[in-house]
Design a protein around this ligand. Structure first.
Ligand code: PMP
Length: 355
């Protein structure tokens, strides 16, 4: 979380804008929270340059919830295509099988999830209701540097992207997207809020079994207030959207500024890893994630010492996911360049002291 956002939330905790109550104490139907929610929606629309034919929905259930909610809303019980690139897309595919015929059209399992399958080779269905990709595989550290152009690949299906772990870190080419979903907890705010951005024509086709609170049309028709939305999450995300809109790098503003900063952060870390025999990253340089950098020590018996020293230096949460092992640096939007510089300095010193 950006510190400025946390400080503002702390200052407003007991009394929001002289209303005599904190955001957690407001009715979600009152004018105060209504203003917060409307502003948050306008700000994320502006920030991500979301075209007017897309609805922005504030929901609950997280990324894993969307793995069921998307097929319930979009599949019409027919077929959907899945590109498997790592842990999260594999989970999405597995869950969707409960609601439709979920076909694997490409997979990088044979490469140990270290490279993206070339879109030209995807075995897309002629009749898929949608095509699912996870555009940043958080655990494996793989990111699409460009969204696939399904129309150019001969598919008429809308593209569904799980952008949970890199939302607002780079611009989105909405001309290639039908629906984007993501939990807020990486780049936008606290856990508990899920953002869904969905094109108009994809509403209104939900399966009968779809719970009303998860029917995109119902949620859209009720401005995300069919049931009580995660008000605190929306408020904090709204402050984060404002913070993001204010960010500047030279001429660049907002998400473009964040992208420039994220490129610089990622380059610093990958260049250091690539220049060392002591550390290694196994991902194809063409699809390395700017947000999640998994790396390994050549001598894994040093892992515990590496983590203990890092903790002492104030560098936290570096242990890799249990399915991959090694280390993982998650350098989300709110991590400043100075944080990555501190990590690289620590890694260099650890290497030097063990040489
Ligand atoms: N998709 C991606 C890309 C993720 O990184 C995560 C969470 N790390 C999820 C889905 C699952 O999200 P949640 O825990 O909010 O259900």
């Amino acid at each position: 979380m950006p510190e400025a956002v946390l400080q503002r939330a702390a200052a407003e905790m007991l009394d929001w804008h002289g209303s005599g109550m904190g955001v957690m104490e407001m009715s979600h139907r009152g004018k105060e929270f209504g203003a917060i929610c409307t502003q948050a929606e306008a700000d994320i629309r502006e920030l991500l340059a979301v075209p007017s034919q897309f609805h922005i929905l504030f929901m609950q259930g997280g990324g894993l919830g969307e793995n069921a909610i998307v097929p319930m809303n979009l599949s019409r019980g027919t077929r959907a295509d899945f590109v498997l690139t790592g842990s999260w897309s594999i989970k999405s595919h597995k869950e969707a099988q409960r609601y439709c015929e979920a076909k694997v059209v490409a997979s990088n399992a044979a490469d140990g999830h270290t490279r993206l399958p070339d879109p030209a080779g995807w075995q897309l269905s002629a009749d898929a209701s949608y095509v699912h990709v996870c555009t940043n595989e958080t655990i494996n550290g793989i990111e699409f540097q460009q969204l696939p152009d399904l129309a150019a690949l001969g598919s008429k299906a809308p593209l569904v992207i799980d952008f949970s772990s890199h939302v607002a870190s780079r611009p989105v080419d909405w001309s290639r997207v039908g629906l984007a979903f993501g939990g807020a907890q990486k780049n936008l705010g606290p856990a508990g809020l899920t953002i869904v951005i969905v094109r108009d024509d994809l509403l209104g086709h939900a399966l009968q079994i779809c719970p009303s609170a998860f029917n995109y049309k119902t949620v859209a028709d009720n401005q995300s207030m069919y049931n009580t939305p995660p008000t605190w999450g929306i408020y904090i995300a709204g402050l984060t959207f404002q913070w993001l809109r204010e960010q500047q790098e030279g001429e660049l503003r907002g998400v473009a500024a964040m992208e420039a900063r994220n490129i610089a952060k990622a380059r610093l870390l990958y260049d250091f890893i690539d220049g060392s025999d002591f550390y290694a990253n196994k991902v194809d340089p063409g699809c390395r994630s700017r947000m999640n950098v998994p790396f390994f020590l050549a001598d894994e018996s040093r892992n515990e010492a590496f983590l203990a020293g890092a903790r002492e230096a104030g560098l936290l949460q570096l242990k890799g996911h249990k399915s991959v092992g090694g280390m993982r640096a998650s350098i989300y939007n709110a991590m400043p360049l100075g944080g990555v510089q501190a990590l690289v300095a620590y890694m260099r010193e650890f290497e030097r002291s063990r040489a």
